[in-house]
Ligand binder design. Sequence first.
Ligand code: PMP
Length: 359
Amino acid sequence: MTIYLDHNATTAIKPPVIEAVAGVMRDTGNASSVHAAGRSARAHVEDARRHVAALCRADAKGVIFTSGATEANNTVLKHFASGRILTSGIEHPSVIEAVAGTERIPVSQNGIVDLSALKKMLEGGASLVSVMLVNNETGVIQPVAEISKLAKATGARVHCDAVQAAGRIPIDITALGIDYLTLSAHKMGGPQGVGALVTVAGAPPVKLIHGGGQERRQRAGTENIAGIHGFGIAAAAALADMEAYHKLASLRDAIEARIDGITVFGNKSPRVANTTCFALEGVPADTQLMALDLAGICVSSGSACSSGSVKPSHVLEAMGIAPALATAALRVSLGWNTTAADIETFIETYTRLKKTWQK
Ligand code: PMP
């Protein structure tokens, strides 16, 4: 049996979501049609909009459904492309690669955006600051409310990719003081290929996909009714299950405490409960990943293998982690269906394999 510990890449769909999506797929109806079938599809979209809004304490009017977080991030970044954009070096590629010429806010060794460096950079003025709420590789929570305060004092707009925060920590779009927030359904027990861009009242409207008048003329294209419906159910469940999610911290902490000789990244900073990123120096990440895969355990490497050589992840690089350590980094991310038995097997398997790697 496979033990899946790569929930930051995508998490298992919760059973009620599968039921809901399958149910809606049996219906015919375009949410733009005025007849009964269309109105039924529309009702699913509007219910989902309320659930997604509730997850981040936003006004449902500000929620626009997209094809995922990549599209939502691109929509915001491209809108501000003619101005100066500041992002951190630990952002997801869908932020970093969205627009050429964006500038990087430095990050500490503990994986947190450097506020004093940001303050200095803002002296030159900026149109947009984009910083994620939770990093996907380390799980470190970023000081987004403080970042917003600094940025807003200079007149910059603020965007936050909250993909890895949703369902793990409470999100309050007003308390964060931001203008735009990105979410993705498949990181919270919903289907892949659907996400949302949440905009607060008063922020400039941003638009990437032109065509029909869907989503209050903000995002053209026939709505993915089944996906959006599943997203809504997943968002409601994520909110209801957040207390239970926090319990994953004790399983994550057991991994870090019981495996000797590893270097854990970001563990001195506030982190979400489900993520650990650690290195076993001297053992390349791909060697570890493949051996674990053969043993039936799915994790992710904190590095990218390109043209035969292992390159450190841009996140660990931005944190100033030495390449020798960064190329030996794994990310283990737990999910709502991870059990204590899964983690026991992981610890035992890793400890056994470690002896063979270090012989
Ligand atoms: N941002 C972050 C922080 C992510 O972890 C991911 C998914 N790996 C994305 C954006 C992209 O999300 P999607 O798959 O919905 O495009």
